[in-house]
Design a protein around this ligand. Structure first.
Ligand code: HEC
Length: 431
């Protein structure tokens, strides 16, 4: 039998023949939709997280049924930009075709609620965090004021760690106090004895001296280890079992924050949560980067390639990728250069989306030998056709502000737990 509702649905899909017993019953919220929302959407769509509305209950979700249909059909949601065929990635949050079909079918069937008894148990979340309850929380001692408009230099805020013993960190998360102005942040581990930012007072936002923004940026560049990169929509750092990042006893944590005014004078007080490993890890995680800061993107160019190549100084196991460009970023590639200069593509991020800078974590880490050659290529669209382009007339160079550009491929590797960053860059045979 065709109910009037399924009939309407059938007409829409030109599948008249399926009408009758063969047409599957419409999916319901509790039975079919909620499990997908829990798995793929609630990390962002719950109170206090990055999305503007929650999808925890039927009442919260029902008004968005049509928009959900639209955004999953257009693959706007969930945000994920790795082209299929690379990876696989352990944090791949893209929907399978059956999941898309279920959400679309549900919305087109009038978004039925179904029987609450068929509801899966609520997914447990730690309130205010996306990691397990942190063992240590470091907070900016004072709010940092952000004016209504203008450009701000990157701010460096030194947070004393206060750790009297080495700490292995198995998960870390930075929580902005005010998401609307924290464009992105990098958290560094400054080891004892480092002279980097030695004039900065603990807890007080600091801008390294320099005449031009570029000089100030260069003065802020450090060889200190990166603990994490915060950008909206990224899942927090949670390394696989047996892998952890090291914070040596006596280290400070340095927040490098790019604040972007949002039209209202406001302030931010961000915090950092750390979960410590209970046992020493079998490998140490380090975040490396390779980028190109000597480019000039011609005005109006629709597809300008900027590349960088380098060889790995020591053996390392590749764990994942984090490409970084600004508003003219169009796509980003990570390649292995094989003998005879053949390329083995590792990742294609297309389209690159400035507003969703994501980490792509390999489900199966890739062991690489010392001497392996890596090549990263960023493509930029400086034409009028790029709706995010601040000025297609401009010839664009490297710089910290969003109207300037960057081309950096970050990547995480696992190495021997006794290796440190300086030692990693000593090439065997050159010591
Ligand atoms: C990584 C975080 C994140 C995940 C995961 C995520 N969303 Fe979103 N979603 C957002 C943010 C932020 C917005 C608002 C800004 C925007 O539209 O980009 C949004 C907006 C939306 C909108 C409104 C779009 C519009 O046209 O107004 C819908 C509908 C939506 N999400 C559905 C989903 C569904 C369904 C899932 C899971 C299958 C999902 N989202 C997963 C962050 C996320």
């Amino acid at each position: 039998m065709c109910s009037p509702r399924t009939l309407r649905l059938c007409e829409k899909f030109f599948v008249f023949l399926l009408c009758g017993s063969a047409l599957p019953a419409a999916p319901t919220f509790y039975h079919d939709v909620l499990p997908i929302l829990q798995k793929r959407c609630q990390e962002c769509h719950r109170p206090g997280e990055v999305a503007p509305m929650a999808f925890l209950t039927y009442r919260q979700t029902r008004p968005w049924a049509k928009a959900i249909r639209e955004s999953v059909l257009l693959k706007k949601m969930p945000p994920w930009f790795a082209e299929p065929g690379y990876g696989p990635f352990s944090n791949d949050r893209s929907l399978s075709q059956p999941e898309i079909d279920t959400l679309v079918h549900w919305a087109e069937s009038g978004a039925p609620e179904g029987n609450v008894k068929e509801s899966p148990p609520a997914r447990p979340w730690v309130n205010g965090w996306n990691i397990a309850a942190p063992d240590a929380v470091l907070t900016m001692p004072r709010p940092f004021p952000i004016p209504a408009s203008g450009e701000l230099d990157y701010q460096y805020i030194v947070l004393p760690g206060g750790f009297s013993e080495d700490q292995w960190v198995e998960a870390a998360e930075m929580r902005p106090g005010n998401r609307s102005v924290v464009h992105h942040a990098v958290v560094y581990v400054r080891e004892p004895g480092s002279t980097w930012l030695r004039d900065a007072k603990p807890g007080v936002p600091y801008v390294p001296p320099g005449q031009t923004p570029r000089e100030r940026l260069v003065a802020g560049i450090t060889t200190s280890e990166i603990l994490l990169v915060y950008s909206p929509g990224n899942v927090p750092e949670q390394w696989p079992p047996g892998l952890a990042k090291l914070i040596k006893a006596g280290s400070d944590l340095v927040l490098e924050t790019h604040y972007t005014p949002n039209g209202h004078a406001t302030s931010d007080r961000s915090k950092l949560g750390l979960v410590f490993a209970r046992t020493p890890p079998s490998q140490r995680v380090m975040t490396l980067q390779m980028g190109n800061d000597r480019f000039l993107i011609p005005p109006g160019h629709p597809h300008y390639a900027v590349s960088v190549r380098g060889t790995l100084p020591n053996d390392a196991t590749l764990l994942g990728y984090f490409p970084h460009m600004h508003l003219r970023g169009q796509s980003f590639e990570y390649n292995l250069v094989e003998r005879g200069s053949a390329r083995r593509p590792l990742l294609r991020v297309t389209p690159y989306n400035f507003y969703w800078q994501l980490f792509y974590r390999l489900a199966t880490p890739l062991p690489l030998k010392a001497g392996t050659e890596l090549e990263f290529v960023g493509y930029f669209d400086n034409s009028r056709r790029n709706p995010n382009n601040p000025d297609p007339e401009e010839a664009v160079r490297f710089g910290p502000q969003s109207r300037e550009e960057m081309m950096i491929g970050f990547f995480d590797v696992a190495v021997d737990p006794h290796m440190d960053k300086a030692a990693f860059f000593l090439r065997p045979g050159t010591q």
